[in-house]
Design a protein around this ligand. Structure first.
Ligand SMILES: NC(=O)c1ccc[n+]([C@@H]2O[C@H](COP(=O)([O-])OP(=O)(O)OC[C@H]3O[C@@H](n4cnc5c(N)ncnc54)[C@H](OP(=O)(O)O)[C@@H]3O)[C@@H](O)[C@H]2O)c1
Length: 321
């Protein structure tokens, strides 16, 4: 477990991917964490630093074997794997070192009641009491930030979200969603019904939502624009006050009030921006936009925040400029 200096040892499975590389950088900049192992099938045996900046100079990629991961006995293991790939690693850690904190970036445990749902701003107590944490989806994070400050004011009309993200949201494995030919001068709508983040947000908010994602030819960042319907007419100033008050309690989330954040505004930051607040003539139609970096607050920064909470550190350790 933690070494003699008290540094917390973090292992990373899926380290050569987009979110893995961000985690290597954030762990390097975190005063209490050290990267103790990193797994990659493609690069096993190579020095990690040959592929990812900010990696420890003496670390080589390990094979991504479940038994190898279990044998490392780290304090924390982050799984940055595609969906449906986590089970054998979780089983190996359960068997070899059950006290290890696992943070799973995939959707595999977001509907599992034995795991804490890792939306830090909403669920800090459960995360702090858990060793098994399901990191939220990137779009799901932004959708919930756009909605939570006014959730109790919504009527029966289902919230509708339109999302747009850069190509890194699709991961580094080639697909139409990150194909430069498809995306050249273009935007690609996909999964208009049943996206896993639609199910995730419906599950978390306890009410059905609709979500339509799009991918565009920039690398990182996303925004979600929400069409919400209030139960009773409200004044814009009261709604702005709601978001301002909510953000005051959550230092990584900032409101721009009526100014609309774009994906670029949220890119390369550890936090989230909520803005574009607007009320329709009927006083009930509410528009709001949230922008985050899909690889950071949508994945790696949120994972660090979860590690901090699970280990009793300052929740923002390693995340402020
Ligand atoms: N990209 C985003 O914006 C984002 C945001 C939030 C959450 N997430 C989630 O985070 C996870 C990682 O996303 P990513 O974008 O970093 O993906 P990625 O770039 O495609 O990387 C996937 C990583 O997993 C490894 N891998 C792939 N299949 C594996 C398997 N069957 N067994 C073991 N290792 C395997 C790959 O390395 P090797 O092939 O070398 O082993 C690679 O390091 C996904 O579940 C994704 O949905 C992504």
């Amino acid at each position: 477990m933690s070494d003699r200096s008290g540094t917390i040892r973090v292992g990373l499975v899926g380290a050569r991917g987009y979110t893995g590389a961000e985690l290597v950088r954030l762990i390097d900049g975190h005063p209490g964490l050290e990267l103790s192992y990193a797994c990659s099938r493609a690069h096993a045996g190579d020095p990690v630093i040959d592929h990812i900046d900010h990696a420890p100079a003496d670390l080589r990629f390990l094979e991504a074997e479940a038994s190898t991961v279990g044998a490392q006995q780290a304090d924390v293991c982050v799984l940055a794997l595609p969906n449906d790939a986590s089970a054998r690693y979780v089983a190996a850690i359960d068997e070899a070192c059950p006290d290890t904190v696992i943070v799973d970036l995939s959707a595999d445990h977001r509907f599992d009641e034995d795991w804490a749902y890792g939306l830090c701003e909403q669920n800090a107590d459960a995360i702090g009491a858990s060793r098994r944490i399901a990191n939220p989806g990137c779009y799901a994070t932004a959708m919930q930030f756009a909605t939570l400050p006014v959730l109790d004011l919504l009527g029966d009309v289902p919230p509708v979200f339109a999302g747009i993200s850069g190509v890194s949201g699709a991961g580094s494995t080639p697909s139409p969603k990150n194909d430069p030919e498809v995306l050249h001068d273009n935007v690609l709508p996909y999964a208009p019904v049943g996206h896993v983040h639609e199910r995730e947000v419906s599950h978390q908010l306890g009410r059905a939502v609709r979500f339509m994602p799009h991918v565009a030819p920039f690398f990182r960042g996303l925004s979600v624009s929400a069409a919400l319907t209030l139960r009773e007419p409200a004044m814009l100033s009261d709604i702005v006050e709601r978001y301002t008050t909510w953000c005051a309690d959550h230092p990584l989330v900032r409101t721009l009030e009526t100014h609309t954040p774009t994906p670029r505004d949220g890119a390369d930051t550890n936090g989230a921006l909520i803005g574009g607040l607007a009320i329709g003539d009927d006083g009930r139609a509410l528009g709001v936009t949230c922008a985050i970096d899909n690889l950071l607050k949508g994945a790696a920064s949120q994972a660090i925040q979860n590690i901090n909470l699970a280990l009793g550190l300052d929740p923002l350790e390693g995340l402020m400029p």
